[in-house]
Design a protein. Structure first.
Length: 310
């Protein structure tokens, strides 16, 4: 009960315009967020990536931002990602990119958003890497799925995020499986009503496990790329145990975790045979993203509260 109340408060804080404007100015908030992102610019992201990539981990970059007000802003974001793909980096392999469609203008002009994504997917293919579509709130699921289907028809190097706590997701996964998709499965971090989303942790975990096993079997047969986007290592191990009984090797189950969260556990899973990726977020528009990260785990809240101390 306490966990659900804290989560609800934090998700409300994430969407409150006044708090979004004022809290990022506070020193202790800025100190706390450094655990989850190395800085606000691409240089910081590449710096953090160097050590992780040297250990054999894959890297994903995402520049924080969503729900832009003008297409000119989307053009700037697209130009930023194009520059990332053009950049020569002394990393063992190219970082993958994970982008929010509303950061590329989905709210304003869906066709302009698609054109940006189409160009980025092509450039990512030329660079030998991948482009992922993040999933945002429930009102964007249909439009994001539509974008993914259009992109996947011409770009095999495009992935999508699905949220296990949405009751519609099993149907959405069935819709995508004929495309041989790349799917990053997450639990879900938005404040959705109980009519459309599971809100209790046991329900979310059960939904996640069921979806992951369907995706894992598709990955076994070469019909999907399966990425488990969760910090819940116990859940990952349970999924792996069930998957192995269906002849799915751990090498088919990628684990994607956020920078600064359970890094040692991610290294342990890598040593246990899982392909691992760290998603490095950066950018000035970090406040709502950060509050959703706090809402995911009580331990994150305790860490943030410790920043109040001298």
């Amino acid at each position: 009960m306490v966990r659900r109340i804290v989560r609800k408060i934090l998700l409300w804080m994430a969407s409150n315009p006044w708090l979004r404007e004022h809290l990022p100015r506070l020193g202790f908030v800025r100190r706390a967020v450094r655990r989850f992102m190395p800085g606000e610019d691409a240089e910081s992201a590449f710096g953090a990536a160097a050590g992780l990539a040297a250990s054999g981990q894959g890297i994903l970059f995402t520049r924080l931002g969503e729900n832009l007000a003008a297409l000119a802003e989307a053009d700037e974001v697209a130009a930023h990602y194009r520059a990332l793909l053009d950049r020569e980096a002394s990393l063992p392999r190219r970082p993958e990119l994970s982008v929010k469609p509303t950061q590329l203008g989905l709210d304003i002009d869906a066709e302009a958003c698609f054109r940006h994504l189409d160009v980025l997917a092509g450039l990512a293919a030329d660079a030998g890497t991948w482009l992922w579509l993040d999933m945002e709130g429930s009102t964007y699921v249909d439009s994001t799925l539509d974008l993914y289907e259009r992109l996947r028809a011409v770009h095999p190097n495009v992935g999508i995020c699905l949220q296990a706590y949405l009751k519609r997701t099993p149907k959405d996964l069935r819709r995508l499986l004929p495309l041989e998709p790349a799917v990053r499965l997450v639990k879900g971090a938005y404040d959705e009503p109980a009519t459309i989303a599971y809100r209790r942790r046991p329900e979310v975990d059960a939904a996640y496990q069921a979806l992951a096993l369907v995706l894992a079997e598709a990955a076994r047969d070469g019909r999907a790329r399966c990425a488990l986007g969760t910090h819940d290592s116990g859940l990952i191990e349970r999924i792996a145990t069930f998957a192995e009984s269906a002849d799915v090797s751990r090498g088919s189950l990628e684990v994607h975790m956020l920078y600064g969260i359970r890094s040692r556990e991610l290294a342990r899973l890598q040593a246990a045979g899982f392909p691992t990726f760290t998603l490095i977020a950066y950018g000035a528009f970090w406040y709502p993203w950060y509050m959703r990260r706090l809402a995911e785990r009580p331990a994150n809240v305790l860490f943030a509260l410790r920043q109040l101390l001298p």
